[in-house]
Every structure is written in structure tokens, then in C-alpha cells.
Design a protein around this ligand. Structure first.
Ligand code: GDP
Length: 355
């Protein structure tokens, strides 16, 4: 069974390091020359499973991870509305989440807000306990946390301080919110216990561990959800509306299921209900070496398949708003898609009325 990439979003309190961690994840490469690094999508980056396996080769044995997902698709905008408040629309978007918590500062209002959203959406998540390099005396270095976490590399006082901060600032708060949680290397049953992965977005410590844990969780819990629907039409969500030179208003979207072709119809929610527009082009970012003119950043694709980020060029997109559900369908399926989209929009209205 072919699986698609799980969609991963990063949430957490402001300044706890979401942007820095994403940058570090995006720069995950084994060596500069190695082929198959990170593929840039619209609004997302795809990290192939081979890259994950290589950076975490020392860890795979530990977790007995048998990974057959093609990679992970990480949303570039941390805490994007479409993945937080608008995610309440009920549209399945992020398959899995990374909740970033500063291990020195602990839980803050937006940490709790993020957890409530994840709970409500039943999105599995791991906690990235960030800024371990700032634990007094901690000797932080790039690479797996698990190889750095021992008396040979750390002063006993730093080890003690780490345990205190891990418990007081992270695990205790998760317990209070009803979650069992532990340091990932001590977790025996991932169906019951939240994995806490210590990381440093500054040194890169723990990033391999984080990528393996995310991949392993996705593989184990989402296999059915990730079965690639090669027959079906594309389902997605609007990330944002962008004006592009020569194209006018375009939609940046994440496609989480199915397949889309140029010439299909876009069916997307808008404040009046639903809008239908004939697609002019499905655009992907050009590789840097293909980009002769910096204004000419995109190239058209005849067909795209989930999970992917895409820029949609079509007429009359002005009324579309971020977070709206969308479908890309052949003409004979427009009516069915309209109903589906309307249903999703209504679900959202009911939810917000309750709040
Ligand atoms: P965001 O608001 O959650 O996206 O947080 P940022 O990524 O912008 O980080 C906030 C501040 O914390 C910035 O000054 C970062 O350089 C710093 N920072 C982020 N991660 C780390 C880390 O792991 N270690 C240290 N020492 N600083 C960090």
C-alpha cells in the first residue's frame, strides 16, 4: 500500500523557538553534496525518509522503527491560522504536530491553547522541549540527543538540572492537563504516553531524534489515514491568498488527499458559501538553479498528488479566505464537491457560534 507524507505542523508559545526549529529541520542534510535533500513546496518543506534515516542512523535500532512513509511534509508557517484556530473547521489538516515548549520557561498561555486545539482535533503530537543548550552547564552539540545525554558528555549537575526542568516545566504540566508524558527514550507505550524530545534549535541537538519520533508515530498511528488515494480528487485547505505579478490573486494551499490536474475546477469555501473557478495553472516553486529571473519563481505542473503544497492560479479568487476548505475536481464532480465544501464551512460556523 502506497502511503503519502504525513503533514506536520509546529505549534507553541511565541518565542519558544518554532521558527528557529523549523529552520533547523529544513537544513537537515547529511552532506551538502548528497542528492535527495529537502524539497521546497509552496508553504511547506518535504523531508524525504532517506534523509531522516541517514541523520538518525544511530537511533533507528533503538526505536525499531520500520519506516515506509515517503517522508514528512512540514508546514513552513509556524502556528499558521489554518492549523490552529481555523483548524476548528473540522477539515483534517495537520496529521501530526510538534508542540514547542521552552524547557527553561515552561508552559505559557499559548502552549495550553495549542494543546486544547490538538485535543479537540485528536491530533497526535510530540513535545519538543527546546533550548536545552541554555540549561546551566549543558554541553550541547549537533546530532542525536540520546548520544549526548550521558555522564561522559554532561556534568552531573547539568544532568540533575535537566531532569528538574524536564519534570517541573514540561512533564508536570502535561500531567495536569491529563496527559501521561515522559522523555522519549523512557516511553514504553506510545499509545498512552506523550514523547518529550529535548532539542536545541540553536545547536541542532535532538533534531534527528525528533524526526524519527515523528516519523515513527505517523507510521504507527496514521497508516490508514495516510493510504494514498490515487483515484480520488484533491482535497485541501487554503493557507493564504497572494497577489503574484502577472497572475493576480492566487491561492497557496496544502493538498492532503487525492490528485489534481490542470484544467480541473477549483471548488472553495468563501464567506457567501462556495465559489467555483476553472484552474489556469497548478504551480510549484522552481529550483534555485532553474530560476533565471527572480520574478519568475514558479513552474506549472500538469498533475499534483497529496500531500503537497501548491499555488493555484484561477480567476475571481478575491473573496477567498485563509483556512477555507477546497477541492480540485473534474467538471462532472463539481456539484458533489460543492456540497462537501459547504458542509465543512457550516461545521465551522456552528463551532464558532458556540464559542
Ligand atoms: P517563535 O516565536 O516560537 O517562532 O520563536 P523564534 O524561533 O523566533 O525564537 C525566539 C528566540 O529564541 C530567538 O531569539 C531565537 O534565536 C531564540 N532561540 C530559539 N531556539 C533556541 C534554542 O534552542 N536555544 C537558544 N539559546 N535560543 C533559541
Amino acid at each position: 500500500m502506497a502511503l503519502r507524507c504525513p503533514i506536520v505542523s509546529v505549534l507553541g508559545h511565541v518565542d519558544h523557538g518554532k521558527t528557529s526549529l523549523l529552520d533547523k529541520i529544513r537544513r537537515t542534510r547529511v552532506t551538502q553534496r548528497e542528492a535527495g535533500g529537502i524539497t521546497q513546496h509552496i508553504g511547506a518543506s518535504e523531508i524525504p525518509i532517506n534523509t531522516i534515516k541517514k541523520v538518525s542512523k544511530d537511533l533507528l535500532g533503538l526505536f525499531k522503527a520500520d519506516l515506509s512513509i515517503p517522508g514528512i511534509l512540514v508546514i513552513d508557517t509556524p502556528g499558521h491560522e489554518a492549523f490552529t484556530s481555523l483548524r476548528k473547521r473540522g477539515g483534517a489538516l495537520a496529521d501530526i504536530a510538534i508542540l514547542v515548549v521552552d524547557i527553561n520557561e515552561g508552559f505559557k498561555p499559548q502552549t495550553i491553547e495549542a494543546i486544547n486545539i490538538l485535543k479537540q482535533c485528536k491530533t497526535p503530537f510530540v513535545v519538543a522541549a527546546n533550548k536545552v543548550d541554555r540549561i546551566p552547564g549543558w554541553n550541547s552539540s549537533e546530532g542525536p540527543f540520546i548520544l549526548n545525554f550521558n555522564e561522559k558528555n554532561q556534568h552531573p549537575n547539568a544532568m540533575t538540572e535537566f531532569e528538574i526542568r524536564l519534570y517541573e516545566n514540561v512533564i508536570k504540566h502535561l500531567n495536569e492537563l491529563g496527559f501521561d508524558a515522559d522523555l522519549f527514550s523512557r516511553v514504553k507505550d506510545t499509545t498512552k504516553t506523550i514523547n518529550v524530545v529535548p532539542v536545541s534549535a540553536m545547536t541542532g541537538e535532538g533534531v534527528p531524534d525528533l524526526l524519527v519520533i515523528i516519523s515513527g508515530l505517523a507510521q504507527r498511528f496514521l497508516e490508514q489515514k495516510l493510504a494514498l488515494n490515487v483515484e480520488g480528487y484533491a482535497k485541501g485547505t487554503v493557507l493564504e491568498l497572494k497577489e503574484e505579478k502577472g497572475l493576480g490573486k492566487t491561492i497557496d494551499a496544502i493538498i492532503y488527499d487525492g490528485i489534481a490536474k490542470t484544467g480541473d475546477f477549483l471548488v472553495v469555501g468563501n464567506p457567501d458559501g462556495v465559489l467555483v473557478s476553472k484552474i489556469k495553472a497548478l504551480l510549484k516553486p522552481k529550483e534555485l538553479d532553474e530560476m533565471r529571473d527572480p520574478k519568475d519563481k514558479f513552474k506549472p505542473s500538469k498533475q499534483i498528488s497529496a500531500a503537497t503544497g501548491v499555488k493555484i492560479s484561477a480567476p475571481d479568487l478575491d473573496s477567498v479566505i485563509a483556512g477555507s476548505p477546497l477541492r480540485i475536481v473534474p467538471k462532472n464532480q463539481v456539484e458533489a464537491a460543492k456540497e462537501e465544501v459547504l458542509e465543512e464551512v457550516e461545521e465551522f460556523t456552528i463551532l464558532t457560534d458556540d464559542e
